[in-house]
Design a protein around this ligand. Structure first.
Ligand SMILES: [Mn+2]
Length: 312
């Protein structure tokens, strides 16, 4: 269900856009949002991105995008699978989304026009097509935004969601002049000392389950404090457990101040992380998904291990 031409026609026909990202924004939702914002502005339309807490590595995506003052008319969501993922913006925007552009396999956003393509590795792949169909050249800052989204959602073109089409789009973006090595260095090959300390603690605490086919790490609030690290430094740690040989399912627990744990799951395609997280009211992609569970660490671990028993 992805009529890209219909989405492009809609975008050309309307004006005064607010573009919604998901909460705890990543490179794909921000890349999608700012690429679309720039495309709309280049057509003389009013547009702004509504987002919060942009991680510092992604702030460059916002640079050079003019902040416009206007009365919003048309609400578009990008990379948002469910209205509850709008976070603090949920109340203000629920039920008002007119066009939903997404690539999650389960999309629960209710909108009169939806463009959802689960075969796209990144939502930015879909935006690449839509922006071209709008007649806007995919180059310059728009191309940088789209490249960043695609590179981050594919783990720099390593994950199983990467297709030949992903590579072809990336090739077009490189042809347009995107400085891919510089972006990749920041996204994948740079870490703060705080993050290093956090990783060291995470590796030390890693435990194995289900005959070592499952590896689990826990990041507690205390570990963050001891490392002098922020929530942002904890991003990306979810990939660590799956790096261990023989591990088919890697689970990361992040303790939150509100008495819940944020769970990130990375798996092979058979184990299906999205289905695993759906048991706990979460969702995502086949190889990368997440959910929230309330309880003590022991209770949460027990619930997760029971689900692992039924999955692996
Ligand atoms: Mn995405």
């Amino acid at each position: 269900m992805c009529e890209k031409q219909a989405a492009a026609d809609f975008l050309l026909a309307h004006d005064n856009y607010e573009i919604l990202t998901h909460a705890n924004p990543d490179g794909d939702t921000l890349g999608s949002g700012f690429a679309l914002c720039l495309a709309l502005q280049s057509l003389g339309k009013n547009a702004r991105v509504i987002t919060t807490n942009i991680p510092k590595d992604f702030v460059f995506l916002t640079e050079g995008v003019s902040a416009q003052d206007f009365e919003a008319e048309t609400i578009v969501s990008v990379d948002v699978a469910d209205e509850k993922l709008l976070g603090d913006n949920r109340e203000a925007y629920s039920g008002r989304i007119m066009l939903c552009i997404d690539h999650h396999c389960i999309n629960k956003v209710s909108a009169p026009l939806k463009c959802v393509d689960p075969d796209a590795a990144a939502n930015c792949e879909i935006l690449f097509d839509i922006i071209a169909k709008m007649g806007v050249p995919v180059e310059g800052k728009i191309a940088v935004c789209l490249y960043t989204g695609i590179a981050t959602d594919t783990g720099c073109f390593k994950y199983g969601n990467t297709t030949s089409r992903t590579m072809r789009i990336a090739a077009d973006l490189l042809d347009s002049g995107v400085p891919a090595p510089a972006i990749n260095k920041v996204m994948f090959d740079t870490k703060t000392r705080k993050k290093l300390r956090l990783e060291q603690a995470a590796y030390r605490g890693m435990e194995f389950y289900a005959d070592d086919r499952c590896a689990i790490i826990t990041i507690t609030c205390e570990m963050l404090r001891e490392a002098g690290a922020s929530d942002e430094d904890a991003e990306g740690l979810a990939n660590i457990p799956r790096e261990i040989e023989g591990v088919r399912m890697g689970i990361t627990l992040r303790e939150k101040e509100d008495g819940t744990f944020k769970i990130s799951v990375r798996s092979d395609r058979e184990a299906n992380a999205a289905a695993f997280c759906a048991r706990f009211g979460g969702g995502g992609h086949i190889e990368a998904a997440g959910c929230r569970i309330r309880g003590t660490r022991e209770e949460v671990l027990a619930a997760l291990k029971a689900a692992v028993d039924e999955t692996l």
